[in-house]
Structures are given as C-alpha cells and as structure tokens.
Unconditional design. Structure first.
Length: 535
C-alpha cells in the first residue's frame, strides 16, 4: 500500500487553474522527485498535501496519507498531523526560522507541540546531532543569523524530522547552497529516508540532483504531470518533448567569442580585508578576522573571469572591496591604473565604471517604480545624464540588447517573469556602458530553461558589447560555460587560478578537486532517437 496516494487532484484559485488532475504515489522509503520550470505547480502540490492553501483555493480529487483522506480532515486534526506525520523543509531557511529564538528552542518547540510529556531538550540535542549539528560544536543557544546557510538548512531539516514523520517534503532544499554543502544535505536526506523508512518528495529544478538522488521522477508543466517513471528509465527514454527540452537545457553550453589581446583592466594587489572581533573579556585586546588574505589577480579588458568557492570563503567581501563598498585593510585595487578607494573612501568617478547584476532581481528593484525609472538608476552616476529623446533612445537600446521591447519601459517589475527580471537587471547594468560588470550568483535561482536563455544572452552581449565581467557562482557547470579563466577561493585565499578548462579538467589543489567531485552530474544522456526528436 502506498504511503501517499494523490488521485486526480485539481486546484483552482479564483478562476485560475493551478493543478490539473495530478496523480502521484509515494511509497515508504522511496524518494520521488517533482521537477519542472518555475510556475509549473511543484510547490502548490506540496502545499496541497500539507493543506496549507489560500482561503480562496478550491480543490477536487483525493489526497490520502496511510489511507486517511486529507482533503476532508478538520483543521484541528490537520494541525496534529503536520509535523507529526508530514514534515516540510522550505527553500529559504532564514525566513523559515524565527530570528529571535535560538535554534535549540525552535527544534524543541516542535517536539513539545506534539509530545508534551517527552524530554524535549534531550530529543532536541539528539536530532541536532543526527543532522550534523552536535551541541559540543554548534551550541543550541545560537541564533539563526550566527549560522552558515548550510547549518540553517540543517536546523530546518531537524525541525521537520524531529518526530520522524512518515512523509517528508523538501521544497528546493539545496538551491542557494554551494556544491559541497549541497552534497552534504542530499546525503543527509538519503540517509534519513534509509534509516527512518520515511517517504520523501524532493522538489527541485536541478536535474543533476534528481538523477543522483531520486528513485522516481515526475515532470510537471503548467499544473500537469506530463511524464513520470523510474529514474533510470526516464533518463534513457524521455518520451515527452517537454522532458527532453528540460534535459537538453540542463546540459546547455554557450560559445563565447575569443577575448581581445590582453590589456589589464582590473589589478588587485595583495588585498586584505579584516574585521574587528569583540573583546573576549574586559580590557583584552579585540581579535581580528581576516576575511580576505593577500589576494592578487588581474582581469583583462574583454576577459570573462569566474570566482568560485564555498559559502564563507570571502567572495562577498572581495566583491564589496572591488566595488569600493569595503575599505581594504591592506593592498590596492586599480581600475585602469586608478585606485578604486583612496584613504578608505570610494573613488566615485572610478566606481561608476563598474555595475552589478544581483542574484535576486525582484529584491534589487523597487516594485513601486516603472521599468523606465528602474533601469535608468545608474544615470545618477553621470555628470551629464541624457535627457529627453536621447534618454528614451538609450533606454530602448538597453532593453532591445537584452531581448525585451522598448515599450516594456512603461510596465512594473511584477508584470515580468523571473527570467525577464534578470534581463532587466542586465539592462540596468549595461545602460551606462560600464567597463566591468560583476554577476553575483546571477542565474543560481533560475530554472534550467530560463538559465540557458540568460547564459545565451550573456554570450551574445560578449559578441555585441565586448563585455568584461567577473562571474561569481557556486554552480561550477555554469562557471565552466561562461568564463575564460577561473579563481578558486578558500578561507579568504585564492588557492588556484588558471584557464577554466585546465582547472576543471586537471585541478591541482585538493580543495578544487573536492569542489569538482561534489558537483552532482547527469549520466550520459544519449538515448534512442524518437520520432521528431532532434536532441
């Protein structure tokens, strides 16, 4: 008998069809991966299972857990079931955790709610140890902001499995994590399924993770299951055209134009960035944390440079220093021979020649303003910003360059898809024609097909605009595709650098080898050609 049986589940919110006759089964000890593009209905399926739908939602069909029909249970019974029989791991742990409560209190609270007579503190310590956070190394009295991204995700997992639920739902649990932390979290989830015999629904758009983790796969598109089957069989057959498109996009490679003859643009010399630590005791000398240690490299005009490393390695601090937002403790940053910072203050005439494309385009735009104002924000850096018809022409050129229409300037940011918002972020960075663009995890939150489109766009802009950029990402496959040279950063130091293909093919440093080994890989996707299939 199946642990979870969903039969012909349909969901409407207002007049919109969200889910259309979805049927799924999950057995005890089985991992089912639900994958598809953003907006395909993956997360709404999970919320329907948890019965955490909006008030305006209407459903038909059946959702049975161990034979009990969930769609007709009263809310009181559902509250007892959530956490006890069904656990859920949310995508963003920082928003899933309460910032004013310690991690130990939050895990223990889950236990006390469902088992008041239990020794919650003892169980809390045991479960934190089980997820790799033993109290002797990570005290339970720490708060979420004191932990790394991977540690916060482990706390969320601890809360979800505290009572050993029969079914665990993991909604994009590794999207924002670096490759080594992602590998650790996936290994932990597989161990929990094996040790507890629970069923796991893994929601993700990363098909390499799916291939490496799941027993079965369900492909969703526009609220429907278009194909489902055993993982190995699906990888070999891929009957539906949409499935084939997703797998093709997952292995998408772009072709960069050859860089121009090397002339130095950005020169970083013996850079060190340090933070002052609190005094360990009264009158003691304060400590010092070196986030960036003696970093030196040169970025040439027209070169595409990658920067990779785990969370906490110093990438963000280095980026802030390059942009003049962080005064280095020692060393120098020169753009075309001119210091980016002078006596601890940013040289604004130099900083205007650099722009950034952030990870979350929606969060980096003001939703109250139209696109015309949003993408022209860099104009305030210019001594004589364009006005009137010239301004409109510059906006139109920037929007056209990223594959959008000039008339999109009159729309609001919420009217665009995730990929279109990232195109707008690139348009904003391009509009004053900077010498250097920094892409900070610019494609890590995008699904595979949109990511392929953005990478193609970046390659096209390299051909038409001669882009010079620093591409920061934890997705090593993307870095390999869109960079000429790569820097590998560990604990504030550049431990390896060189031509991208050489570093990825024959890594020299043990840390680089560790990063590459941690990347989940799709198996050989060659298959018997189907009618009309031109992959």
């Amino acid at each position: 008998m199946s642990l979870l049986h969903i039969d012909n589940l349909s969901l409407w919110i207002g007049e919109a069809d969200i889910l259309k006759s979805v049927s799924l089964r999950v057995n005890p000890g089985e991992i089912l991966a639900i994958t598809g593009e953003s907006g395909s209905g993956k997360s709404m399926t999970a919320l329907a299972i948890m019965q955490l739908l909006p008030r305006a939602a209407r459903t038909s069909g059946s959702i049975r857990l161990d034979g009990a029909e969930l769609t007709t249970l009263p809310e009181r019974d559902l509250c007892a079931l959530r956490g006890n029989d069904i656990g859920m791991i949310f995508q963003e742990p920082m928003t899933a955790l309460n910032p004013v409560h310690s991690i130990g209190r939050q895990v223990a609270e889950t236990i006390r709610l469902h088992a008041p007579s239990a020794d919650a503190d003892t169980q809390m310590r045991d479960i934190l140890t089980r997820v790799g956070l033993p109290p002797d190394r990570v005290p339970p009295n720490r708060y979420p902001h004191e932990l790394s991204g991977g540690q916060r995700q482990r706390v969320v997992i601890a809360m979800a499995i505290a009572l050993r639920p029969k079914l665990l739902i993991a909604d994009e649990p590794t999207t924002a994590l670096d490759v080594t932390t992602q590998a650790q979290i996936l290994t932990l989830l597989k161990e929990l399924v094996r040790d507890f015999g629970m069923g796991l629904i893994l929601i993700t758009h990363d098909l390499a993770v799916v291939a490496d983790t799941a027993d079965r796969i369900a492909i969703m598109r526009d609220g429907e299951i278009v194909e489902t089957g055993r993982t190995h069989h699906m990888l070999q057959t891929r009957q539906h055209p949409y499935t084939r498109m997703l797998f093709k996009a997952s292995t998408h490679q772009v072709k960069l134009p050859k860089p121009p003859p090397p002339t130095a643009l950005l020169d970083v010399q013996h850079l060190q960035c340090s933070y002052r630590l609190p005094r360990p005791r009264p009158f003691a000398r304060p400590g010092q944390f070196d986030a960036v240690k003696d970093v030196s490299f040169t970025l040439m005009h027209g070169e595409r440079l990658g920067l990779v490393g785990e969370s906490g390695c110093g990438k963000s601090t280095l980026t802030r220093a390059l942009l003049g937002l962080e005064a280095p403790s020692r060393g120098q940053i020169l753009l075309d021979g001119t210091p980016v910072t002078t006596q601890g203050k940013a040289n604004l005439k130099i900083r205007r020649r650099m722009q950034v494309v952030f990870q979350d385009p929606f969060g980096s735009f003001n939703p109250r303003h139209r696109v015309a104002r949003l993408i022209t924000e860099p104009f305030h850096l210019l001594d004589s910003p364009p006005r009137g018809p010239i301004r409109r022409d510059v906006m139109a050129d920037a929007l056209t360059a990223v594959g959008l229409k000039p008339e999109d300037a009159s729309r609001y940011i919420h009217e665009f898809s995730g990929g279109q918002r990232q195109r707008l972020a690139i348009a904003r960075a391009l509009i004053i024609k900077p010498d250097l663009i920094i892409f900070d995890e610019a494609v890590s939150a995008l699904d595979v097909s949109v990511r392929a489109q953005i990478l193609d766009l970046i390659a096209d802009l390299c051909r038409t605009h001669g882009l010079t950029y620093l591409f920061i990402s934890h997705d090593l496959g993307v870095v390999r595709s869109v960079t000429d040279r790569v820097l590998v950063m560990q604990a504030g130091e550049i431990v390896e650098q060189g031509q991208t293909d050489a570093v990825f093919t024959k890594p020299q440093h043990p840390y680089t080898k560790k990063l590459i080994a941690a990347v989940p890989k799709l198996p050989d996707l060659r298959m018997q050609p189907l009618d009309g299939d031109r992959i």
